[in-house]
Design a protein around this ligand. Structure first.
Ligand code: MEV
Length: 318
Protein backbone atom coordinates (compact mmCIF):
# COMPACT_ATOMS: atom_id res chain seq x y z
CA UNK A 1 0.00 0.00 0.00
CA UNK A 2 1.38 3.44 -0.98
CA UNK A 3 -0.16 6.76 0.02
CA UNK A 4 0.74 10.31 -1.04
CA UNK A 5 -1.00 13.59 -0.34
CA UNK A 6 -0.82 17.00 -2.04
CA UNK A 7 -2.19 20.43 -1.13
CA UNK A 8 -4.78 22.64 -2.79
CA UNK A 9 -4.03 26.28 -3.46
CA UNK A 10 -5.32 29.81 -3.36
CA UNK A 11 -4.40 32.69 -5.62
CA UNK A 12 -3.72 35.55 -3.21
CA UNK A 13 -3.31 38.30 -5.83
CA UNK A 14 -3.09 38.71 -9.59
CA UNK A 15 -5.70 36.35 -11.09
CA UNK A 16 -6.74 37.23 -14.66
CA UNK A 17 -3.91 39.79 -15.06
CA UNK A 18 -1.51 36.80 -14.96
CA UNK A 19 -3.07 35.49 -18.19
CA UNK A 20 -1.53 38.58 -19.88
CA UNK A 21 1.91 38.03 -18.28
CA UNK A 22 1.40 40.21 -15.17
CA UNK A 23 2.69 38.87 -11.81
CA UNK A 24 0.36 36.83 -9.59
CA UNK A 25 1.02 35.38 -6.14
CA UNK A 26 -0.30 31.96 -5.08
CA UNK A 27 0.14 29.73 -2.05
CA UNK A 28 -0.43 26.07 -1.16
CA UNK A 29 -3.02 25.50 1.56
CA UNK A 30 -3.38 22.82 4.24
CA UNK A 31 -6.48 21.27 2.69
CA UNK A 32 -5.17 18.18 0.92
CA UNK A 33 -6.06 15.38 -1.45
CA UNK A 34 -4.79 11.92 -0.48
CA UNK A 35 -4.34 9.03 -2.92
CA UNK A 36 -3.73 5.44 -1.80
CA UNK A 37 -2.67 2.66 -4.15
CA UNK A 38 -3.15 -0.97 -3.08
CA UNK A 39 -2.36 -4.23 -4.86
CA UNK A 40 -5.56 -5.93 -5.95
CA UNK A 41 -4.99 -8.73 -8.44
CA UNK A 42 -7.36 -8.83 -11.40
CA UNK A 43 -8.79 -5.41 -10.65
CA UNK A 44 -8.50 -1.75 -11.48
CA UNK A 45 -10.80 0.04 -9.11
CA UNK A 46 -11.03 3.72 -8.23
CA UNK A 47 -12.83 4.88 -5.11
CA UNK A 48 -13.32 8.50 -4.23
CA UNK A 49 -14.63 10.13 -1.11
CA UNK A 50 -14.58 13.91 -1.14
CA UNK A 51 -16.61 16.83 0.14
CA UNK A 52 -18.99 16.93 -2.76
CA UNK A 53 -19.28 13.42 -4.12
CA UNK A 54 -19.25 10.82 -1.41
CA UNK A 55 -18.39 7.19 -1.75
CA UNK A 56 -18.79 6.06 -5.29
CA UNK A 57 -16.62 3.68 -7.20
CA UNK A 58 -15.68 3.16 -10.80
CA UNK A 59 -14.37 -0.14 -12.05
CA UNK A 60 -12.07 0.69 -14.98
CA UNK A 61 -11.81 -2.94 -16.09
CA UNK A 62 -15.57 -3.35 -16.47
CA UNK A 63 -16.17 0.36 -17.26
CA UNK A 64 -19.08 0.36 -14.79
CA UNK A 65 -19.99 3.72 -13.27
CA UNK A 66 -21.89 4.07 -10.04
CA UNK A 67 -23.02 7.58 -11.03
CA UNK A 68 -22.61 9.93 -14.01
CA UNK A 69 -20.50 12.24 -11.84
CA UNK A 70 -18.10 9.38 -11.23
CA UNK A 71 -16.81 9.75 -14.79
CA UNK A 72 -15.93 13.37 -14.16
CA UNK A 73 -14.18 12.82 -10.84
CA UNK A 74 -12.30 9.71 -11.91
CA UNK A 75 -11.04 10.89 -15.29
CA UNK A 76 -7.97 12.46 -13.63
CA UNK A 77 -7.07 9.19 -11.89
CA UNK A 78 -7.80 7.23 -15.06
CA UNK A 79 -5.29 9.44 -16.95
CA UNK A 80 -2.62 8.81 -14.30
CA UNK A 81 -3.33 5.06 -14.30
CA UNK A 82 -2.91 5.03 -18.11
CA UNK A 83 0.32 7.05 -17.94
CA UNK A 84 1.91 4.46 -15.61
CA UNK A 85 0.29 1.49 -17.36
CA UNK A 86 -0.85 0.33 -13.91
CA UNK A 87 -2.80 -2.92 -13.46
CA UNK A 88 -3.99 -5.09 -10.60
CA UNK A 89 -4.50 -2.16 -8.29
CA UNK A 90 -7.12 -0.29 -6.35
CA UNK A 91 -6.79 3.52 -6.11
CA UNK A 92 -8.54 5.41 -3.30
CA UNK A 93 -8.97 9.18 -3.29
CA UNK A 94 -9.89 11.22 -0.23
CA UNK A 95 -9.99 14.99 -0.47
CA UNK A 96 -10.67 17.92 1.86
CA UNK A 97 -11.04 20.13 -1.21
CA UNK A 98 -14.38 21.06 -2.75
CA UNK A 99 -14.60 20.40 -6.49
CA UNK A 100 -14.85 23.18 -9.10
CA UNK A 101 -14.24 25.79 -6.41
CA UNK A 102 -10.92 27.18 -7.69
CA UNK A 103 -8.92 25.60 -4.86
CA UNK A 104 -6.87 23.37 -7.16
CA UNK A 105 -8.56 20.08 -6.21
CA UNK A 106 -7.87 18.37 -9.56
CA UNK A 107 -4.18 19.40 -9.53
CA UNK A 108 -3.82 18.08 -5.95
CA UNK A 109 -5.44 14.75 -6.93
CA UNK A 110 -3.23 14.38 -10.03
CA UNK A 111 -0.01 15.25 -8.16
CA UNK A 112 -0.83 12.87 -5.28
CA UNK A 113 -1.77 10.11 -7.76
CA UNK A 114 1.39 10.56 -9.89
CA UNK A 115 3.50 10.42 -6.72
CA UNK A 116 1.71 7.43 -5.15
CA UNK A 117 1.53 5.36 -8.35
CA UNK A 118 5.15 6.00 -9.41
CA UNK A 119 6.38 5.13 -5.90
CA UNK A 120 4.18 2.01 -5.84
CA UNK A 121 5.95 0.90 -9.00
CA UNK A 122 9.37 1.55 -7.40
CA UNK A 123 10.13 4.74 -9.37
CA UNK A 124 11.69 7.78 -7.65
CA UNK A 125 10.51 10.83 -9.60
CA UNK A 126 11.99 14.22 -8.71
CA UNK A 127 9.57 17.00 -7.71
CA UNK A 128 10.30 18.66 -11.06
CA UNK A 129 9.28 15.48 -12.90
CA UNK A 130 6.14 15.10 -10.75
CA UNK A 131 5.11 18.71 -11.49
CA UNK A 132 5.78 18.38 -15.24
CA UNK A 133 3.98 15.02 -15.62
CA UNK A 134 1.02 16.22 -13.53
CA UNK A 135 0.67 19.44 -15.52
CA UNK A 136 0.71 17.50 -18.80
CA UNK A 137 -1.95 15.06 -17.54
CA UNK A 138 -4.22 17.72 -16.03
CA UNK A 139 -4.03 19.69 -19.28
CA UNK A 140 -4.82 16.57 -21.31
CA UNK A 141 -7.92 15.78 -19.22
CA UNK A 142 -9.07 19.43 -19.34
CA UNK A 143 -8.64 19.62 -23.14
CA UNK A 144 -5.67 22.00 -23.11
CA UNK A 145 -6.81 24.32 -20.32
CA UNK A 146 -4.81 24.00 -17.10
CA UNK A 147 -2.61 26.36 -15.14
CA UNK A 148 0.95 25.14 -14.41
CA UNK A 149 0.62 27.13 -11.16
CA UNK A 150 -1.84 24.65 -9.63
CA UNK A 151 0.30 21.55 -10.24
CA UNK A 152 3.49 23.45 -9.23
CA UNK A 153 1.90 24.57 -5.93
CA UNK A 154 0.53 21.05 -5.28
CA UNK A 155 4.05 19.66 -5.83
CA UNK A 156 6.40 22.21 -4.28
CA UNK A 157 4.04 23.82 -1.74
CA UNK A 158 4.88 27.19 -0.17
CA UNK A 159 4.31 30.34 -2.20
CA UNK A 160 4.91 30.93 -5.91
CA UNK A 161 5.26 34.10 -7.90
CA UNK A 162 3.84 33.55 -11.38
CA UNK A 163 4.34 35.70 -14.47
CA UNK A 164 5.86 34.30 -17.65
CA UNK A 165 8.02 32.21 -15.28
CA UNK A 166 7.13 30.48 -12.01
CA UNK A 167 9.46 31.09 -9.04
CA UNK A 168 9.36 29.98 -5.42
CA UNK A 169 9.19 32.63 -2.69
CA UNK A 170 10.50 32.10 0.82
CA UNK A 171 7.72 33.51 3.02
CA UNK A 172 6.23 32.50 6.37
CA UNK A 173 2.79 30.83 6.37
CA UNK A 174 -0.23 33.07 7.01
CA UNK A 175 -3.68 32.12 8.27
CA UNK A 176 -6.65 33.11 6.15
CA UNK A 177 -10.30 32.09 5.89
CA UNK A 178 -11.69 30.72 2.63
CA UNK A 179 -15.40 31.22 1.91
CA UNK A 180 -16.94 28.90 -0.66
CA UNK A 181 -20.09 30.15 -2.38
CA UNK A 182 -21.07 26.60 -3.39
CA UNK A 183 -21.59 27.96 -6.91
CA UNK A 184 -19.45 26.09 -9.46
CA UNK A 185 -17.45 28.33 -11.73
CA UNK A 186 -16.16 28.07 -15.25
CA UNK A 187 -12.56 29.26 -15.52
CA UNK A 188 -12.48 29.17 -19.33
CA UNK A 189 -15.63 31.31 -19.60
CA UNK A 190 -14.36 33.92 -17.09
CA UNK A 191 -10.88 34.11 -18.67
CA UNK A 192 -12.33 34.56 -22.16
CA UNK A 193 -14.73 37.23 -20.88
CA UNK A 194 -11.90 39.29 -19.37
CA UNK A 195 -9.67 38.86 -22.41
CA UNK A 196 -12.56 40.02 -24.66
CA UNK A 197 -13.00 43.10 -22.43
CA UNK A 198 -9.29 43.79 -22.84
CA UNK A 199 -9.54 43.51 -26.63
CA UNK A 200 -12.48 45.95 -26.67
CA UNK A 201 -11.02 48.43 -24.16
CA UNK A 202 -7.25 48.00 -23.87
CA UNK A 203 -6.87 51.61 -22.70
CA UNK A 204 -9.03 50.77 -19.64
CA UNK A 205 -8.14 47.15 -18.94
CA UNK A 206 -4.35 47.40 -19.30
CA UNK A 207 -4.01 49.99 -16.49
CA UNK A 208 -6.21 47.72 -14.30
CA UNK A 209 -3.88 44.78 -15.02
CA UNK A 210 -0.85 46.99 -14.25
CA UNK A 211 -2.37 48.03 -10.91
CA UNK A 212 -3.06 44.36 -10.09
CA UNK A 213 0.60 43.52 -10.88
CA UNK A 214 1.78 46.30 -8.55
CA UNK A 215 -0.43 44.87 -5.78
CA UNK A 216 1.02 41.34 -6.26
CA UNK A 217 4.55 42.66 -6.04
CA UNK A 218 3.84 44.89 -3.03
CA UNK A 219 2.11 41.99 -1.25
CA UNK A 220 5.31 39.93 -1.21
CA UNK A 221 7.12 42.46 1.01
CA UNK A 222 3.98 43.00 3.14
CA UNK A 223 3.79 39.26 3.88
CA UNK A 224 7.53 39.19 4.58
CA UNK A 225 7.24 42.14 6.99
CA UNK A 226 3.96 40.75 8.47
CA UNK A 227 2.15 44.05 7.78
CA UNK A 228 -1.30 42.47 7.91
CA UNK A 229 -3.39 45.68 7.89
CA UNK A 230 -1.66 46.84 4.68
CA UNK A 231 -1.99 43.36 3.20
CA UNK A 232 -5.74 43.45 3.90
CA UNK A 233 -5.97 46.79 2.12
CA UNK A 234 -4.25 45.25 -0.93
CA UNK A 235 -6.89 42.50 -0.92
CA UNK A 236 -9.69 45.06 -0.89
CA UNK A 237 -8.17 47.04 -3.78
CA UNK A 238 -7.55 43.85 -5.78
CA UNK A 239 -11.18 42.79 -5.25
CA UNK A 240 -12.39 46.20 -6.50
CA UNK A 241 -10.28 45.81 -9.64
CA UNK A 242 -11.67 42.29 -10.21
CA UNK A 243 -15.19 43.70 -9.78
CA UNK A 244 -14.30 46.25 -12.47
CA UNK A 245 -13.26 43.38 -14.76
CA UNK A 246 -16.70 41.82 -14.22
CA UNK A 247 -15.68 38.54 -12.57
CA UNK A 248 -17.35 38.94 -9.17
CA UNK A 249 -20.89 37.71 -8.55
CA UNK A 250 -23.67 38.47 -6.08
CA UNK A 251 -22.72 35.44 -3.97
CA UNK A 252 -19.01 36.34 -3.94
CA UNK A 253 -19.68 39.99 -3.09
CA UNK A 254 -22.04 39.00 -0.26
CA UNK A 255 -19.33 36.86 1.32
CA UNK A 256 -16.70 39.58 0.82
CA UNK A 257 -18.89 42.25 2.48
CA UNK A 258 -19.93 39.92 5.31
CA UNK A 259 -16.26 39.14 5.95
CA UNK A 260 -15.29 42.81 6.06
CA UNK A 261 -18.38 43.79 8.10
CA UNK A 262 -19.52 41.38 10.83
CA UNK A 263 -16.42 39.25 10.28
CA UNK A 264 -14.03 42.13 11.04
CA UNK A 265 -11.65 40.97 8.28
CA UNK A 266 -8.63 43.16 7.53
CA UNK A 267 -9.34 42.53 3.85
CA UNK A 268 -11.30 40.23 1.55
CA UNK A 269 -11.36 39.39 -2.14
CA UNK A 270 -12.51 36.73 -4.54
CA UNK A 271 -9.86 34.15 -5.43
CA UNK A 272 -9.28 32.42 -8.77
CA UNK A 273 -11.37 32.91 -11.88
CA UNK A 274 -14.50 34.29 -10.12
CA UNK A 275 -18.11 33.97 -11.26
CA UNK A 276 -18.56 31.52 -8.35
CA UNK A 277 -16.08 29.44 -6.40
CA UNK A 278 -14.35 31.02 -3.42
CA UNK A 279 -13.30 34.23 -1.73
CA UNK A 280 -10.54 34.69 0.83
CA UNK A 281 -10.36 36.95 3.87
CA UNK A 282 -7.58 37.96 6.24
CA UNK A 283 -8.76 37.70 9.87
CA UNK A 284 -8.14 40.46 12.38
CA UNK A 285 -6.20 39.43 15.49
CA UNK A 286 -8.28 36.90 17.46
CA UNK A 287 -11.21 37.29 15.02
CA UNK A 288 -10.90 34.07 13.00
CA UNK A 289 -13.97 32.40 14.56
CA UNK A 290 -16.08 35.56 14.12
CA UNK A 291 -14.98 35.73 10.49
CA UNK A 292 -15.92 32.11 9.83
CA UNK A 293 -19.32 32.66 11.45
CA UNK A 294 -19.97 35.81 9.36
CA UNK A 295 -19.22 33.86 6.16
CA UNK A 296 -21.52 31.00 7.23
CA UNK A 297 -24.29 33.48 8.06
CA UNK A 298 -23.97 34.88 4.53
CA UNK A 299 -24.61 31.30 3.26
CA UNK A 300 -20.99 30.42 2.52
CA UNK A 301 -18.99 27.39 3.63
CA UNK A 302 -15.94 28.58 5.54
CA UNK A 303 -12.55 26.94 5.96
CA UNK A 304 -9.69 28.12 8.15
CA UNK A 305 -6.50 27.52 6.17
CA UNK A 306 -2.78 28.17 6.35
CA UNK A 307 -1.23 29.53 3.17
CA UNK A 308 2.36 28.48 2.44
CA UNK A 309 1.76 24.83 3.41
CA UNK A 310 3.84 21.79 2.58
CA UNK A 311 3.85 20.33 -0.95
CA UNK A 312 3.37 16.70 -1.98
CA UNK A 313 4.49 14.12 0.57
CA UNK A 314 4.35 10.40 1.19
CA UNK A 315 2.00 9.41 4.01
CA UNK A 316 2.84 6.61 6.37
CA UNK A 317 0.57 3.54 6.34
CA UNK A 318 -1.96 3.62 9.18
C1 MEV B 1 -7.75 30.82 -12.22
O1 MEV B 1 -7.52 30.10 -11.03
C2 MEV B 1 -6.78 31.96 -12.35
C3 MEV B 1 -6.87 32.72 -13.63
O2 MEV B 1 -5.90 33.75 -13.57
C4 MEV B 1 -6.60 31.83 -14.83
C5 MEV B 1 -5.18 31.32 -14.91
O3 MEV B 1 -4.25 31.92 -14.37
O4 MEV B 1 -4.99 30.27 -15.58
C6 MEV B 1 -8.22 33.37 -13.79
Amino acid sequence: MTTASAPGKVILFGEHAVVSGITALGGAINLRAKVTVKDRPGCLLIRTDDLVLRGFSFDLSSGQLSSPQAANATRYIAAVVREFDARNIQVEVESDLPLAAGLGSSAAVVVAAVTALSRHQGQELSDKEIAATSYRLEKEVQHGLASPTDTALATFGGYLSVSKEISALDLLPIEIVVGWTGVPHDTKYEVEKVQALRRDHPDLVDPIFQAIGTISERAVSLIREQKTADLGQMMNINHGLLEALGVSSRELSELVYAARGAGGALGAKLTGAGGGGCMIALPGLGRTEALMTAIRQARGVSFRVNVGSEGVRMERDP
